[in-house]
Design a protein around this ligand. Structure first.
Ligand code: ANZ
Length: 828
């Protein structure tokens, strides 16, 4: 009865603290981590549970195979939802988070996850965010945090700026509102300084290719050249970034972005038409401007530039398809080989010169790719790839070209004009500028406020708290004002995995030695939705800390495992709005128990693929546990007079066919489960355990000579030993029932701290089975093979069989079908 045994064991585990990572360094360490959750008010559903169940199975298996396991849990609790909830309900975010954490923790507890709760952390606790602020100051001192006025994505609904990563298709990632641009003084982390390493080091980590590709695309490394164009009758030169310097002779005009600094410099006398164009371009979203199908617009600036290759005079235009944030914000336009430039040239009747030939390409249109250079003076006749190197090399001598790597990655905007975040520890002094809060004054604690409503003018609600704002400058002692922006929640989650190694340290963010002992994280388990946010930011912080010698590794997560999603039974994503969520609380109330839910989470399909939840499936895992329970009870019952003797009796070899059969069934399962765990093959491991129980049921009922009796009495100690092993194999998946059975079988210590069973190769090798061999649907022969033979070997053996070989002479096999354990069918 799960309702009885599950809470009982949860309490005992909690009291005896068996899941705490220990100081013992004799065993190898293993750090298993699931993303620390956002404790929202909504209940956890079975989709969330899958993530934790996978992590827990890995942690438990690692523990039983001799590792000192760190498996911690904490709360990523800053952010907009708590604050919006506070605005609506009048409960402070502090209170709302406390309630949600309690609920969430109870939900995790009732699932029996093996967390080391002594290391619980909460990102909104001043003892935690003190160190988030400390890291901010470290970034500031290293010139990796800076403030700049810039046009920012602004969510008019949430009244805050958003990072690039938080704008999806022009909409706020959280509330879905159409975002706008607003010019504000903002804080940035200089992640671009690390772009090359963030890209290169992806090669050294064991992550899925799809996540690596997403990061690579996001970082957007692009190798090319920067070329200098001088503006006629001016001292100004305009650098352009191009990936195709080989097309320089085809550059028939320059295009500047409307935001280009030359327009504000006063170097050019600009017409009203240009001024107006610049003004209206600023109102368009970048997404619109990047839209390739859009009608091109632009205005001639009146200025001319000199092509550095041939000295020709080309016009300078302004157009909004050139973006301010990429490259140099100016391009050389090569209409013959670039679609946007082509459309622009066609519309404004600008010259078009093709500068390479390509087989099959139409010179009445634009084409791209590689070819043989033409119309390019002394370079004619060489390949474009060669041209790229030559032209840059030649122009470099005149200082009008250099090789250049560009990245799409932008600096990370981390300031938020909201209340519920870690305050940025900076004081603005009219005399000294931005002054860091001295370390001894950290944390800068969030003051209690009356209203959490953002002011809407781009300032956080903290700006309305004079006691908070008005301070003395730490440098000169004069009157100064505190920064009122708070940090993006992703700052807190960029280092939490380090804090778990030393969660209560009040002198430092963590002790270097402790971090060295536990990190990097061995298995990081979570969904793919964090690909270009958390997973990129955490890598960046780790590299900064590595450079600061705070830690001895520069990648935080060795192996990343992205689990597949659990869909609702209707095949749709589980969501409150569809009203199709399934919560474990409800299933537990119905009597299924956490163990059968956990089994279902893992048995439902390969761990990294999506699957729809099924109520029947849950019935299946529940029945499997009932059968497991029953067979052990029968055994205990029928041997109750000899319990103490059985437990002490060591089995030496196997003396009867019955003993061999019992042991073989369990050893076979031991091998399968152990091997599957290495590749997270939970579903196949559980299938093997189900099969094993079926076999044990068959074996126990083999005739014993005594009517109505099982044969437990004929092989007591072998039954004892193998039922114990079986219980151990099931323990990582169904921790409660196994703990109970383990105790009933006479063990004093927890099954979860027991040593993972081994298997006897000889014992399972001997097991041979007969496979039927069919040719065109007719059974032609039988072959004797190893029970766990793979398809390829089985097919080869079938073909080599004398009878089969004779029939196959001169025939071609069109198809083979292999039914494991039963037959091989050949179609000729
Ligand atoms: C000349 C040229 C000729 C180009 C040609 C392409 C093809 P990726 O690969 O994405 O890095 N570009 C540069 N800066 C830009 C900006 N701020 N806004 C819009 N476009 C910009 O692309 C680099 C190419 O994108 C550059 O190479 C430039 O056009 C354009 F046959 O220069 B190219």
């Amino acid at each position: 009865n799960p309702k009885v045994i599950e809470p009982k064991w949860q309490k005992i585990w909690n009291d005896t603290k068996i899941y705490e990572a220990t100081e013992d360094t004799a065993r190898p360490k293993r750090y298993v981590l699931e993303y620390f959750p956002y404790p929202s008010g909504a209940a956890m559903h079975v989709g969330h549970v899958r993530n934790y169940t996978i992590g827990d199975a890995v942690a438990r298996y690692s523990r039983m195979t001799g590792n000192n396991v760190l498996h911690p849990m904490g709360w990523d609790a800053f952010g907009l939802p708590a604050e919006n909830y506070a605005i609506k309900s009048g409960i402070s975010p502090q209170e709302a988070v406390a309630i949600n954490v309690e609920n969430f923790k109870a939900q995790l507890m009732q699932m029996g996850f093996s967390y080391d709760w002594s290391r619980e952390i909460n990102s909104t606790d001043p003892s935690y965010y003190k160190w988030t602020q400390w890291f901010f100051l470290l970034f500031f001192q290293k010139n990796l945090a800076y403030q700049r006025e810039s046009l920012q994505w602004w969510c008019p609904h949430d009244k805050t700026v958003l990072a690039n990563e938080q704008v999806e298709d022009g909409h706020c990632w959280r509330c879905g509102s159409l975002v706008e641009k607003k010019s504000l003084e903002q804080w940035f982390f200089k992640i671009t300084d690390y772009a090359d390493r963030l890209e290169k080091d992806l090669d050294n980590i064991n992550w899925s290719e799809s996540i690596k590709t997403m990061q690579r695309n996001w970082i957007g490394r692009s190798a090319g050249a920067e070329l200098q164009f001088t503006i006629l009758s001016s001292k100004f030169t305009i650098p352009v970034f191009t990936t195709r310097p080989d097309t320089l002779y085809g550059a028939t005009f320059l295009v500047l972005s409307p935001e280009h600094k030359i327009f504000a410099s006063g170097e050019l006398s600009i017409s009203k038409e240009v001024k107006d164009y610049i003004k209206q371009a600023g109102l368009k979203s970048e997404i619109d401007r990047m839209e390739t199908e859009r009608e091109k617009t632009g205005v001639f600036t009146g200025a001319y530039a000199v092509n550095p290759a041939n000295g020709e005079k080309i016009p300078v235009w302004v157009a909004d398809y050139v973006l301010p944030g990429y490259g140099t914000g100016a391009i050389m336009a090569v209409p013959a080989h670039d679609k946007r430039d082509w459309e622009f040239a066609k519309k404004f009747q600008l010259p078009i010169i093709h500068v390479y030939d390509q087989e099959g390409a139409d010179t009445n249109s634009w084409y791209h790719g590689e070819g043989i250079v033409k119309n390019s003076g002394k370079y004619d006749g060489i390949a474009t790839a060669q041209m790229r190197e030559k032209i840059v090399f030649d122009l470099a001598k005149k200082k009008s070209a250099k090789e250049k790597i560009n990245y799409k990655l932008r600096d990370w905007l981390i300031s938020r004009q909201r209340y519920w975040g870690a305050p940025i520890p900076i004081i603005h002094c009219p005399k000294d500028g931005a002054v860091p809060v001295p370390e001894k004054d950290l944390p800068v604690v969030l003051p209690e406020v009356k209203s959490y409503e953002p002011s809407g003018d781009g300032r956080s609600p903290l700006a309305n708290v004079p006691e908070f704002v008005n301070v003395k400058c730490p440098k000169c002692g004069g009157p100064a004002k505190r920064e009122t922006d708070t940090m993006d929640g992703f700052a807190c989650s960029s280092w939490y995995f380090l804090r778990f190694a030393d969660p209560h340290n009040d002198k430092k963010p963590f002790d270097r030695e402790l971090v060295k002992r536990w990190l990097p994280v061995d298995d990081y388990i979570g969904g793919a939705e964090h690909a270009v946010m958390h997973l990129l930011y955490a890598r960046f912080w780790t590299k900064v800390m590595f450079d600061e010698k705070l830690i001895n590794f520069d990648e935080p997560f060795k192996t990343l495992r992205n689990q597949g999603m659990i869909l609702a039974p209707d095949g749709r994503k589980m969501s409150k709005s569809w009203n199709n969520t399934i919560e474990p609380d409800e299933l537990i109330k119905q009597g299924y128990g956490a163990d059968s839910i956990r089994l279902m989470e893992l048995f439902i399909g390969p761990w990294n693929q999506s699957a729809a939840w099924s109520v029947e499936g849950l019935g299946g895992t529940y029945r499997f546990l009932q059968r497991t329970w029953t067979i052990v009870q029968e055994f205990l019952d029928e041997t109750k007079d000899q319990r103490s003797k059985i437990k002490d009796q060591k089995t030496v070899g196997h003396n009867s066919e019955l003993e061999i059969q019992i042991a073989r069934a369990v050893h076979k399962a031991t091998k399968k489960v152990s091997q599957d765990m290495a590749s997270l093959g939970f579903n196949t491991a559980i299938a093997a355990l189900m099969e094993c129980v079926n076999e044990l049921y068959k074996i126990k009922s083999l005739p014993t000579g005594q009517a109505g009796q099982h044969n437990f009495g004929l092989a007591r100690s072998v039954w004892q030993e193998n039922l114990e092993k079986f219980v151990q194999l099931l323990a990582p998946f169904a921790p409660h029932i196994t703990e109970e059975l383990w105790g009933q079988l006479g063990n004093k210590d927890s099954v979860h701290l027991s040593q993972w069973p081994t298997w006897d190769k000889e014992l399972i090798k001997e097991q041979l089975i007969t496979l039927a061999v069919q040719i065109n649907g007719k059974v032609r022969s039988e072959i004797l093979v190893d029970a766990d033979i793979d398809e390829e070997t089985a097919t080869t053996m079938a073909k080599n069989d004398d009878k089969v070989a004779k029939i196959l002479v001169g025939k071609k096999i069109k198809k083979t079908v292999y039914v494991p354990g039963r037959l091989i069918s050949l179609v000729v």
